[in-house]
Design a protein around this ligand. Structure first.
Ligand SMILES: [Zn+2]
Length: 73
């Protein structure tokens, strides 16, 4: 399951096009991506409360932190 373009757009609007992690605007960091707080393989869905909108850089950091936490490199 992935997020529709429309829903992604609404979520971006909801956070004022600003990364929830580093607080930088899309103008500077590019289009925000939905990061699932609880990952896909642990049953995490694209529900609003499971999503943090963040820039690619922060998304990469979150994703690798999650992988490391689970012992997967
Ligand atoms: Zn960021």
């Amino acid at each position: 399951m992935s997020l529709s373009k429309r829903k992604r757009g609404l979520l971006r609007e909801y956070v004022n096009y600003t990364c929830e992690s580093c607080k930088k605007h899309e103008d500077k960091v590019g289009e925000l991506e939905p990061h699932r707080i609880r990952p896909n393989d642990e049953g995490g869905t694209y529900e609003h409360r499971n999503i943090k909108m963040c820039c690619k850089k922060c998304h990469d950091i979150f994703s690798s932190a999650q992988r490391m936490a689970r012992g997967i490199q």
